[in-house]
Each structure stands twice: as C-alpha cells, then as structure tokens.
Design a binder for this molecule. Sequence first.
Ligand code: OGA
Ligand code: MN
Length: 317
Amino acid sequence: MSTTVTTTTLESTKYQLSEIKNGFGAEIRGLDFTNGVNDDDYRVLLDAYGAVMIRKTGLTDETHIALGRKFGELDDVTPYIKAGRKNRCKYVELFDVSNVEEDGSLVDPDSPRGQANKGNCLFHVDSSFNPRRAGYSLLLVHELPPPGNGGGIAFADTRTAFDEIDSETRRALVDNDYIAAHSIVHSKKLAAPEHFADVDPLKHAMGRHHLLQRHEMSGRMNLYLAAHIHHIEGRHDSSEFFDKLFRHCTQDKYVIEFDWEDEGDLLIWDNTCTMHRALGGTFEGKYRRDMRRVTVHDSSVHAWGLNEHTNVRQGLP
Ligand code: OGA
Ligand code: MN
C-alpha cells in the first residue's frame, strides 16, 4: 500500500504529527497524558482526521475515560452486564476488546466469545446497530502479543470513496436517499457462519440509518457503510448493491493501516466518516492482547438515524 507521509512539527508544541494519505489519517508522537488530560492536548485531535494514532500516551483507565468525556457523552456496558456477561474492566465506560477472560486466561478462539470476536475483522463502524450510534471511539493498548504476531487495524475513507464513485451509482444514491438496516447479528454471522448458523438476524433489532449523509464536522458527504448492513431498504438487489459499494470503498487506495507498537498507544477514530477492521493475526489462542475502548455517543444530527430514542442496546462490543 502506498502512503504519503508528511511530517509537521506544530509551532510551540512538543509533539510531532505525520499526516497519512492526504490527511485521512495522522500519527502523533510526543503527546503525553501521564499528568492528566488538558484542553490543549485534546483539541488538536479533533481536527480534520478520520483516524489518529497517538503513540505512548501514558494513559490509564481513569485518564482514558477522562479524555473520552472531552469528546462527548460516553456509552457504557451496563446492558451486557445485566445480560450476564462479567466485566473484566474496572469501569462500565470501558468496552473490553481483548482476548482475555475475566480470570486472566486466553479466550478460546472456538468459544462463543472467540467466534463473536471474528466480526471485528470485517470493515465496520461501531454501534450502528444500536439506537444511538457511536461518534468517536478511543482504543487504548494495555498489552500486546510479541511483535510479528499481527493485530493491526485498517481504516477506509468513505468520504473520499464517495467523492470518486461512478456517476450512475452517485445518481442512484443521491436521488433515492436509501435507508440501510444495521444488525450486529448479521455481521457476526457473516464472519462466523457455522457458529451462528441458527441465528436469524430478522428476529433481532436493527438500527436504521441514511446510507448517504453529510458528515457534520467536515461538511463532506459520507457513505455510512458497514458489514453490519443486513439490507438496503427499497432495493430488490440489496446485497449486490451493498457488495458493489463495499468493494468500492475498501479498495487499497482508500485504506490506511496502523500497527500497534507499545502499551499506551491510543487510536481515536470518527465512526461517522470511516470504517475500520481488525487485521487479526496469529496471536489468537496464543498470546494475550488487551485493548480497551471508550465509545463516545454521536451528537450529530444523524446520531439516532431513524431509530426510536431508547437506551436499549444490542451486542458487544
Ligand atoms: C473496536 C475494534 C478492532 C481491534 O475496538 O471497535 O473494532 O483490532 N477493534 O481490536
Ligand atoms: Mn469496532
């Protein structure tokens, strides 16, 4: 993959920022949160980027949550705890994106949780299947497998992909203002068809969102696409149409990849203008990989899509 990297050292600041792929992504070194999170430190992160990797932040569970709160109201895992899943993390604002069980042992890749984790390897956005979708996600590394065992993350630029889509498809998207139905059960089943063979997505709630929408922060149009999309309403050829859009948006030219390097690396992304996927690796069932995510509820005009405003939530994470 060819990636353009330009390095800018911002005046009067201590950190260094490298832009990736014309400003779709960025990597920051030298931004340290060990002594807490002050307003100046987080402002720069909000700028124009779809995804920003900040190396060696020095964040803890507490300051990770504090940083998340600067971006808006936080989602939490209380519905899943009520549903019977034990929380390994100390706070309900931390979504456990690890392969570690509550007792510290490794998640068996063949177990229900191991099978469900596979869904993260498909390009997706966070929480589009819930009534209120996620805006920003902040994923912090606590423990990594030894180098060379995989586990990076990729992002697709769904605004630029829409800008460059063929004119016939653009016309269809603009003229019809399609609604897409997002289901966590659908994407989990796609990623692990045998395990979820008997689960019918139509028997579970879905989140409904406009497929083409204006990204509030940038004013650019965005294709709000994800492997969670079970169908596009009003299209008889829904799955072919979805596949065509998905293939277009996930071409190498729209995708950037980040490797995790150290404990304390933090990745912040905007779910309302990007898709992401776990790159997986050979660590599954072999090495611990402890990642925790703070998820910020979207506050834009599209936050609830066409959904009822309720606090009910589906699935993890
Ligand atoms: C997430 C996610 C992928 C990964 O935290 O939302 O999709 O690599 N993570 O853990
Ligand atoms: Mn995710």
